[in-house]
Design a protein around this ligand. Structure first.
Ligand SMILES: *Cc1c(COP(=O)(O)O)cnc(C)c1O
Length: 428
């Protein structure tokens, strides 16, 4: 950018310039980078709680449980914020279960999703007393029944149904279409419920769906709700009572001028439909992930080199596809802002990481006035960044800081090379 930007970053109410330098709440990103090094993830607690508050407003007066889909960001300090705010958790592995328990989450508010739960994961989740298994196939139903019978328990189950609606998002994060691996097909759902109630180790408690991620329109939700409620009606007509309806997650955030509906506005419409169809008294569950944390986080990175070229200028930074995998995976967009902007006009760069892959880019064709040693902030980095981080190229994963007003908490230390080598052995 050619001039010092105005103090607010549109769309990021908890991130602003103050005295020419970017802050998350009251914490200076330049100071945090000086103390903790780069790349560094910084999260705003107020941004997380205000995203959660939009859902809480939407459900005011309802029997509803918000289960944070923790795969979006599973760092203990982040989970603790949501646990203390009363959230349950949507987990997809035994490892995530242990994280929730370690962060002080309540087992009975955990729902366990995923197409490939192992017997060991089921045993552990049953023993912990989780609230519900979201079962994704008939085969899984049989295995869960066997595990529960052997443990002399009854596993609470919901069946994930596939409503076959197009969420109009990137194909890799679309999950509710017939060609996707998730859930039980609409036409098989009633039969699967009839099988479930016949099994002694299972107790049918609900129904769920989850149609995709980064959804920015309301129509797919309204359509999915209609499809799911049709099923609820036919399942209950067959004499099977469903205590709860779980509508999954998927609400999008602003990355590049995206304008997803606000959670409370969306739910106002969805609840009106639920009431109109006579299901307003059921317990509701939702599983938001990205929309609770995505815009609460930034990744602070240092410019290492500028490399002008005939066709492209490259701005080489110390963050990479290890910790910011979304551009490489989905050609996704992140805003990139200078932490302490210079006066003067910039140049157009591809912002890339040090990794030996051409897919290792973070932003294309960005106008930046930068010099080596400058700090950049990659925005909307709270979801599906650190939780997807890898050690490719033997790079240690970044540290993470949670900001709460003027207070900062280091919630994860930078991973050392020693940490990375710890589990390996030479052959002799
Ligand atoms: C990933 C996932 C979510 C959360 O999706 P977001 O787009 O992050 O809100 C919710 N439910 C299930 C089953 C998921 O797999």
């Amino acid at each position: 950018m050619s001039s010092v930007p105005s103090s607010r970053l549109p769309g990021y109410p908890h991130i602003a310039y103050d005295d020419g330098s970017l802050r998350v709440e009251q914490a200076s990103l330049a100071d945090l980078a000086a103390s903790h090094g780069t790349p560094l993830f910084v999260y705003s607690k107020a941004a997380m709680l205000s995203a959660l508050a939009a859902y809480q407003r939407g459900f005011a007066g309802r029997n509803a449980q918000i289960c944070y889909a923790m795969k979006a960001n599973s760092t203990l300090g982040v989970l603790q914020v949501f646990a203390q705010a009363g959230c349950g958790f949507d987990i997809v592995s035994g490892g995530e279960l242990e994280r929730v328990l370690a962060a002080g989450g309540i087992a009975s508010k955990i729902i366990f999703s995923g197409v490939g739960k192992t017997r060991a994961e089921m045993q552990r989740a049953l023993a912990a007393g989780i609230g519900c298994f979201n079962v994704e196939s008939e085969a899984e139903l049989e295995v869960l029944n066997g595990v529960a019978v052997a443990a002399d328990k009854r596993a609470p189950v919901s069946i994930r149904v596939n409503p076959n609606v197009d969420p109009k998002t990137h194909p890799y994060i679309s999950t509710g279409l017939k060609g996707n691996k998730f859930g039980v097909a609409h036409e098989d759902a009633l039969r699967t419920y009839q099988r479930a109630v016949s099994l002694p180790g299972l107790q049918v408690v609900g129904i769920d769906c989850h149609i995709g991620s980064q959804i920015t329109e309301e129509t797919p939700y309204l359509d999915a709700m209609d499809r799911v409620l049709d099923l609820v009606a036919s399942i209950e007509a067959a004499g099977i009572t469903l205590k709860h309806i779980d509508f999954g997650g998927g609400l999008g955030i602003n990355y590049q001028g995206d304008t997803p509906p606000e959670a409370d506005v969306l739910w106002h419409k969805l609840l009106a439909k639920l009431d109109a169809r006579g299901f307003g008294q059921k317990q509701l569950m939702i599983e938001p992930g990205r929309s609770l944390v995505g815009n609460a986080g930034v990744c602070v990175t240092e410019v290492l080199y500028l490399k002008p070229g005939e066709q492209k200028n490259f701005c080489i930074i110390d963050a990479a596809m290890n910790e910011l995998p979304r551009p490489a995976m989905y050609q996704a967009f992140h805003h990139i802002a200078a932490v302490t902007p210079h006066e003067g006009s910039g140049m157009v760069y591809d912002v890339v990481g040090p990794i030996c892959e051409s897919g290792d880019w973070i932003g294309r064709d960005r106008e930046l006035a930068v010099a080596p040693g400058d700090l950049l902030a990659v925005l909307s980095a709270g979801a599906y960044c650190m939780s997807m981080a890898s050690n490719y190229n033997t790079r240690g994963r970044p540290a993470e800081v949670l900001v709460d007003g003027a207070t900062t908490h280091l919630i994860r230390s930078r991973e050392s090379t020693e940490d990375q080598l710890r589990l390996e052995r030479l052959v002799g």
